[in-house]
Design a protein around this ligand. Structure first.
Ligand SMILES: [Zn+2]
Length: 113
C-alpha cells in the first residue's frame, strides 16, 4: 500500500525529494520530513522528526522497485510506521494544497466569466 502511495505521488506531480537533501542537494542524509518535502541533510536539519536509516533506505527502494517483481518484502514495524506516517503527513500537506489551489483557480474562473 505504501509503495503504491509513494508512486502515486509521482503521478500527481508532487513527488518528495528522496535522492538528496531537498534544500541543498547534499547526499549525506539525516532524516526524512514531510515539512520540507523529503530528505534533509545534517546541515539543513533544524528540528524535524528523526527517522531510522532503514526508513531512509526503504523509501527510496519503495520508489524504485518494480512492484510486479516483489515476492516477499520484510519491513520492520518501526520502518513501516515511519514511512506510513511520513506518507500520511505528506499527502495531507501537498495533495491537500493541490486541491485547495485547484478550488481557488476554479473560483477565479467563475469571477472572470
Ligand atoms: Zn541540505
Amino acid at each position: 500500500m505504501n509503495i503504491l502511495e509513494l508512486k502515486y505521488l509521482d503521478y500527481l506531480g508532487v513527488m518528495p525529494v528522496i535522492d538528496s537533501c531537498c534544500k541543498c542537494g547534499s547526499t549525506s542524509i539525516k532524516t526524512l520530513s514531510s515539512d520540507v518535502g523529503g530528505f534533509v541533510c545534517s546541515k539543513c536539519y533544524s528540528n524535524e522528526k528523526i527517522v531510522s536509516d532503514k526508513t531512509i533506505k526503504l523509501i527510496r527502494m519503495y520508489y524504485y522497485v518494480d512492484i510486479s517483481k516483489i515476492t516477499k518484502l520484510e519491513v520492520s514495524k518501526e520502518a513501516k510506521n515511519e514511512i506510513n506516517s511520513f506518507l500520511n503527513e505528506y499527502y495531507d500537506r501537498y495533495t491537500g494544497l493541490y486541491l485547495k489551489s485547484k478550488n481557488f483557480i476554479n473560483n477565479l474562473n467563475k469571477l472572470t466569466v
